[in-house]
Design a protein around this ligand. Structure first.
Ligand SMILES: NC(=O)c1ccc[n+]([C@@H]2O[C@H](COP(=O)([O-])OP(=O)(O)OC[C@H]3O[C@@H](n4cnc5c(N)ncnc54)[C@H](OP(=O)(O)O)[C@@H]3O)[C@@H](O)[C@H]2O)c1
Length: 171
C-alpha cells in the first residue's frame, strides 16, 4: 500500500445514486487543487461522466480539519463506485513534487494505476500582499506553484502517459 493514500484503500467506493449519462474511457486523470472552488464541481462532473476513469486528486491537507477537503470527500461520496485516490503533494516544494511523481510512476508501472490520459492543473498560488513570499526552494511562491512545480510534475510524468489517448494538459 502506498503510504500517502488516504484511508485503508487507494480507492473510494461510494453508494449514492447518480443518473448522468456515462462516457466509456479508461486511464488515470490527475487533477491538482481538487478541493478548490473550481475543482470541486469539475470533480463531480468528471466522476459522474467518466466512471471508468481513475481519478488521482491532490490537496495539501487530506484531513477533516480542512473544510474544503471535507467538501471534496462529500462530492466523491455522492458518486457510486468512483475510482478515486486523494494524495498530498505541495507544489511549492520540488522535493514533494518529485516524491509524488515517483510514487505515481511506481503505481503505473506496477499496474495499480492505468496510464495517465490527462493532467488538469487547477491548484494555484497568488501572492499579492505582504511583500515577497518564497518557497523553501527559494523561488517566488506563485512562480514556484503555478509554473516550476507543474513543469517538474508534468515532465516527470510524461513517460507514464498513455501514448495513444493522452493529449491533454489543461493549466
Ligand atoms: N474561481 C474562478 O472564478 C476562476 C476563474 C478563472 C480562472 N480561475 C483560475 O482557476 C484556478 C483555480 O481557481 P480556484 O478559484 O478554484 O482557486 P482556489 O479555490 O483558491 O483553489 C486553489 C487550489 O490550489 C491549491 N494550492 C494552493 N497552493 C498549493 C500548493 N503549494 N500545492 C498544492 N496545491 C496548492 C489549494 O489547496 P489548499 O486548500 O491546500 O490551499 C486549492 O485546492 C486558478 O488558476 C485561477 O486563477 C479561477
Amino acid at each position: 500500500m502506498i503510504s500517502n493514500y488516504c484511508g485503508d484503500s487507494p480507492y473510494t467506493h461510494s453508494s449514492a445514486v447518480f443518473t448522468s449519462p456515462h462516457i466509456n474511457c479508461h486511464g488515470t486523470v490527475l487533477l491538482t487543487g481538487a478541493n478548490g472552488s473550481l475543482a470541486i464541481p469539475a470533480v463531480s462532473y468528471f466522476l459522474s461522466k467518466y466512471p471508468t476513469c481513475t481519478a488521482v486528486l491532490t490537496v495539501r491537507d487530506t484531513t477533516e480539519r480542512d473544510p474544503n477537503t471535507t467538501g471534496l470527500r462529500q462530492t466523491i461520496a455522492a458518486v457510486p463506485n468512483a475510482l478515486v485516490s486523494i494524495r498530498q503533494p505541495d507544489l511549492a516544494s520540488l522535493s514533494a513534487v518529485h516524491t509524488f511523481a515517483a510514487e505515481m510512476h511506481q503505481d503505473v508501472i506496477e499496474g495499480r494505476l492505468p496510464r495517465i490520459v490527462a493532467i488538469i492543473c487547477t491548484a494555484c498560488s497568488w501572492c499579492i500582499n505582504g511583500g515577497l513570499h518564497c518557497s523553501k526552494d527559494g523561488f517566488e511562491r506563485s512562480m514556484a506553484v503555478n509554473h516550476i512545480g507543474y513543469l517538474a510534475l508534468t515532465l516527470r510524468l510524461l513517460e507514464d502517459m498513455d501514448k495513444v489517448r493522452a493529449n491533454r494538459f489543461p493549466v
